[in-house]
Design a protein around this ligand. Structure first.
Ligand code: NAD
Ligand code: UD1
Length: 339
């Protein structure tokens, strides 16, 4: 049985929720995060929620010597690897920064894992590896690699690298988890997504409009081939997503050796206007929005076929859109109270 789980990127949005779920499930998470996109006080918040303070190292995964210190101090059973940069627009402007951080960082991590005979890994991949899907819902069998930006390409390349690592050493146990669109926050309001600057993603933009930080939401395009013309996505509550990682660990624990690939989504597609409607209901007033031009690189529709994760991992997302909106909104209000 696994006990000590190294969580790279563990103070980030998805990582912090997963650390909470790991503690709740009886594991001992050890966090490595260079705080490039998160704050050290997340560790205090995790302790507040769970009553347990996880070990935390403010290290960069590109720094092998620092990683060795962590592997020497803890007998690591498995690694959940979230650490990475994720801003699509920035990746177009600064591709080498993304290739260095995400790809070289992952290679360094795997090299150190091998030195310490740690061969169990859960990797944060993304539905972005499917590019513009030919068919929805998207199964894990769908074609991958049509990514239009360097961020997406790092996810695709890392998946390929990890498959090669397994071919070279069949004693590895690897889960590639392809996330759809994580939203929501822990219901305590203590952890959630708090992007710097203008949010790129829909839900943080909506909550900033609701709190009065921005005048209105720009709906990027209303002429897509969807039920109301706006883009359709598979939004999944971050707590559900976090639990998916526990399911993946349990799979690797009992069924060793292989590269296992799973979509983590709900299987339901909602449009931007569906999101506006659901959020307005939670808010108790209409959310102001305007129709704006399409955003470059966007696709019309993307949602998962979640059947394989349910069958093989016993994973099923349970939180609905109303809960996703309510928890996102609660977190935004808690942030405001802290200001
Ligand atoms: P996040 O930015 O909140 O968390 C990533 C964390 O990794 C941050 O705390 C950051 O400080 C840390 N980090 C980055 N580079 C590092 C390095 N070199 N060394 C150590 N720490 C480093 O992002 P998130 O939304 O929690 O995403 C986690 C992972 O899931 C990322 O790999 C992301 O690409 C992937 N993912 C996210 C989404 C999404 O919509 N949020 C969707 C699909 C996949
Ligand atoms: C984004 C990332 C993608 C990542 C995925 C999962 C971009 C371009 N792509 O995709 O790489 O894998 O998240 O987290 O960032 N929208 C608006 N107005 C806004 C913001 C978004 O109308 O202000 C629309 C978009 O056009 C889209 C939907 O809302 O139809 C969701 O957008 P977003 O939250 O950015 O996620 P993705 O585009 O799916």
């Amino acid at each position: 049985m696994y006990k000590n789980i190294l969580v790279t990127g563990g103070t980030g949005y998805i990582g912090s929720h997963t650390v909470v779920e790991l503690i709740t499930a009886g594991y001992t998470p050890i966090i490595v995060d260079n705080l490039s996109n998160s704050k050290a006080d997340v560790v205090d918040r995790i302790e507040k929620i769970t009553g347990v303070r996880p070990a935390f190292y403010p290290y960069d995964i590109n720094d092998a010597e620092s990683l060795r210190k962590v592997f020497s101090s803890h007998k690591i059973d498995s690694v959940i690897h979230f650490a990475g940069l994720k801003a699509v627009g920035e990746s177009v402007a600064l591709p080498l920064k993304y290739y260095r951080n995400n790809i070289t960082g992952t290679v360094t991590l795997i090299e150190v894992m091998k030195e310490y005979q740690v061969k169990s890994l859960v990797f944060s991949s993304s539905a972005t590896v499917y590019g513009d899907p030919e068919v929805v819902p998207i199964t894990e069998e769908a074609k991958v690699g049509g990514c239009t930006n360097p961020y997406g390409k790092t996810k695709y390349f890392i998946e390929e690298i990890l498959k090669d690592v397994y071919v070279s050493d069949n004693s590895f146990d690897i889960a590639l988890l392809r996330y759809f669109n994580p939203v929501g926050a822990h219901e305590s309001g203590l952890i959630g997504e708090n992007p710097n600057g203008i949010p790129n993603n829909l839900m943080p933009y909506i909550t900033q409009v609701a709190i009065g930080k921005r005048p209105h939401l720009n709906v990027f395009g209303n002429d897509y081939d969807t039920h109301d013309g706006t883009g359709v996505r598979d939004y999944i509550h971050v707590v559900d997503l976090a639990k998916g990682h526990i399911c993946a660990l349990k799979k690797l624990e009992k069924e060793a050796n292989g590269v296992f690939i799973y979509n983590l989504g709900t299987g339901k597609g909602y449009s931007v206007l569906d999101m506006v409607k659901a959020f307005s209901k939670v808010l108790g007033r209409p959310l102001p929005y305007q129709i704006a031009p399409r955003r470059a690189g966007d696709i019309a529709t993307c949602y998962a076929d979640p059947t394989l994760a349910e069958k093989e991992l016993g994973f099923k997302a349970v939180y609905d859109l109303e809960k996703m909106c309510a928890d996102s909104w609660h977190f935004q209000q808690c942030l405001k109270d802290e200001e």
